[in-house]
Design a protein around this ligand. Structure first.
Ligand SMILES: [Zn+2]
Length: 331
């Protein structure tokens, strides 16, 4: 029977505005041993004023996203334990090798395939972002809000948004919202993602596209045969970089609350491994950009959940690109 003291302790150790109400009703196998080895609730209340970097107006028409990031020495990150960097919290909810899902099938033009991968990665990320965008019934606020996340941080890093040539700190929910809208606008842009590719279809078979390297001269480029613009591969890199930043924030800001508490951390892990496999295989996100998540990536590389073929990359498989897929499918 719970005493009043226990109830108070429970209240004090539970974040007042971070947790969705249904959260504690799920994942009961985790709740039983929550006192010792499992991550405890880490109240991520910001130590800095939520208005310190609040630029609530004038940014909605931001034409682009900053490619820079800055070290935010004001974060309270040092005192929080990174459970998500520990192997015992790194399992996935599925088994298998994601290379089988991301390796470009023979006779499919690489541009077409990358477009498909981008759309799929956006779908997976969107599902995870919806978890932190859910409204907390007690506070009426999303789990990730202006108070919990006054900046778009991932550990000691704060990502900034480029506004009129200046890097501006905006809250994580604003940043994520703009990233999502920006990605959707890219995907729906008929120039970047042409849907009428009939002129390119006839070339798919003869020009498999697999030989096109990311650094080819201007005369040829990934997706050219399917009608994608010359900037297509670079645009894919830009999209994937911003997606990575969202994952970094999901882990650093919300792994415990809500993902671990609602037993969705394994799904998050699955989406992240899938994402990193695609990112590494097609060299879409620079290694340096991935540093905020490097310890977890190292775990998955060691476990070969991110297989060596993914690290070697798509272009390392030339000319026998089908070898990777057939090998991977045996897992
Ligand atoms: Zn957040």
């Amino acid at each position: 029977m719970a005493t009043f003291f226990q109830s108070v302790v429970r209240l004090l150790t539970s974040p007042p505005c971070h947790t969705s109400r249904q959260g504690f009703g799920r994942g009961s196998n985790k709740n039983n041993n929550n006192n010792n080895n499992s991550p405890r609730v880490n109240n991520g209340a910001p130590t800095q004023s939520p208005t310190a970097y609040s630029h609530s107006s004038g940014l909605m028409n931001s034409p682009s996203i900053s490619s820079t990031l800055s070290v935010d020495s004001a974060t309270n990150d040092n005192d929080s334990v990174k459970y998500f960097f520990q192997e015992k919290y790194a399992p996935l909810n599925v088994k298998g090798n994601f290379l089988t899902l991301c390796a470009c099938p023979k006779n499919v033009e690489l541009g077409e395939w990358l477009a498909h991968q981008i759309v799929e990665q956006n779908r997976l990320l969107h599902g995870m972002l919806q978890v932190i965008q859910e409204i907390n019934g007690l506070t009426g606020l999303p789990i990730c809000n202006e108070h919990t996340c006054p900046t778009m941080s991932a550990g000691r890093l704060t990502y900034t948004w480029l506004v009129d040539g200046r890097a501006a700190r905006i809250s994580a929910p604003k940043f994520i919202n703009r990233v999502e809208k920006w990605i959707v606008s890219k995907i729906h842009d008929p120039v970047m993602f042409p849907t009428e590719s009939t002129s390119g279809m006839s070339q798919l078979i003869t020009n498999g596209g697999n030989s096109t390297s990311p650094n080819d001269p201007a005369q040829d480029w990934i997706g050219k045969a399917s009608g994608f613009p010359q900037t297509f591969y670079k645009d894919c890199q830009g999209i994937m970089k911003q997606m990575f930043r969202c994952y970094a924030h999901l882990y650093h800001g919300h792994w415990e609350n809500p993902f671990f508490h609602i037993n969705k951390h394994e799904v998050l892990n699955m989406c992240f491994v899938h994402f990193v496999t695609v990112a590494k295989y097609y060299k879409l996100v620079a290694d340096k950009e991935m540093e905020p998540m490097q310890p977890l990536i190292d775990i998955y590389v060691k476990q070969e959940k991110i297989p060596p073929e993914a690290l070697a990359g798509h272009w390392a498989q030339q000319p026998s690109t089908s070898t990777t897929a057939s090998t991977a499918s045996s897992n």
